[in-house]
Write a protein that binds this ligand. Structure first.
Ligand SMILES: [Zn+2]
Length: 296
């Protein structure tokens, strides 16, 4: 019998890939070893400060073909939709020109194409729900408020609820967001002990999610793809929005649990949505005008 395809996408906000490689969090490193991974630079990023000292200067074209800040809004919207900010319209955290009607998130698209699919999203940056980056078409959408309750506290609740959902329900497609790495980096920068601790804790949460998946009674008849990514990096001092490589570097880890995975070449955030859709049997329609392509 053909195994049932299922996908878990885990997002870790503001996670610098060089810190992952330095810290060697065991679950992420294990996923990379068993699966595939790659990095790429976001094709956008605005200068953090006005360039008043040289009036004629323009931001280098290769970095600003798309005008957007390396903020969470543009990053998660690109992950969700499979298009860059010039299409989904989110260029900063205001979501002022968002166009999620034309470019819905991958869970909403999957559910629309195949209503029998069970879709699940859980996150603590409430703006993603408020502005529809992860929209109301998702079957089960659980939203916490990291600003009200702290992202660290929300991560614990997210891990608990997602672990339960993955173990006890039957999601075909799940998106799980952890936010404390970004919060800590804003406060203290990504080079400190506290950031390492936040990264290791999120890694442990990821380990619990994978154990929940592998512990499913129906696991033998399922084929799970796990994707882990981030929305942007941070400068060493903490903070993002600008054009530095530290802010623009993103990564994608893709692993088929307990199966060989083909290598990835420079995967981009916009490749995630078409990859997920293809894997759950929703072919990408050229009329959607996506910027990304299915990975491997
Ligand atoms: Zn972010």
């Amino acid at each position: 019998m053909t195994p049932v395809p299922k996908v878990l996408v885990v997002g870790m906000d503001g996670l610098r890939f060089d810190r992952v490689m330095a810290v060697q969090p065991p679950v992420l490193i294990g996923l990379m070893a068993a699966g595939a991974h790659g990095t790429s630079l976001l094709p956008y990023g605005e200068a953090a400060a006005p360039r008043t000292e040289s009036p004629g200067e323009v931001v280098p074209a290769d970095r600003s073909g798309i005008l957007a800040r390396t903020d969470s809004g543009p990053g998660w919207s690109s992950i969700a939709t499979g298009v860059w900010p010039d299409k989904h319209g989110v260029v900063d955290n205001s979501f002022a020109a968002a166009n999620f009607t034309k470019f819905p998130d991958f869970l909403t698209r999957a559910k629309a194409a195949r209503p029998e699919l069970s879709t699940f999203a859980i996150f603590s940056w409430a703006a993603l729900a408020e502005h529809g980056a992860f929209g109301e078409g998702i079957g089960t959408r659980i939203v916490f408020d990291g600003y009200a309750d702290t992202f660290a506290a929300c991560d614990v609740r997210i891990a608990d609820a997602a672990e339960r959902h993955l173990a006890e329900r039957d999601p075909d497609l799940a998106f799980v967001y952890f936010g404390d790495t970004d919060e800590v980096a804003h406060d203290l920068g990504p080079l400190c002990r506290e950031y390492t601790a936040a990264l290791l804790l999120q890694d442990a949460f990821l380990g619990r999610l994978l154990a929940a998946v592998r512990g499913r009674a129906t696991y033998a008849g399922e084929r799970w793809t796990v994707i882990v990514t981030t929305d942007h990096g941070h400068v060493d001092e903490g903070g993002h929005g600008g054009v530095s490589d530290e802010e623009r570097t993103t990564f994608v880890i893709l692993a088929e649990l307990d199966r060989p995975t083909a290598p990835l070449l420079s995967p981009r955030l916009v490749d995630i949505a078409p990859t997920v859709l293809a894997r759950v049997g929703v072919p990408v329609d050229p009329a959607w005008n996506l910027d990304g392509h299915p990975l491997s």
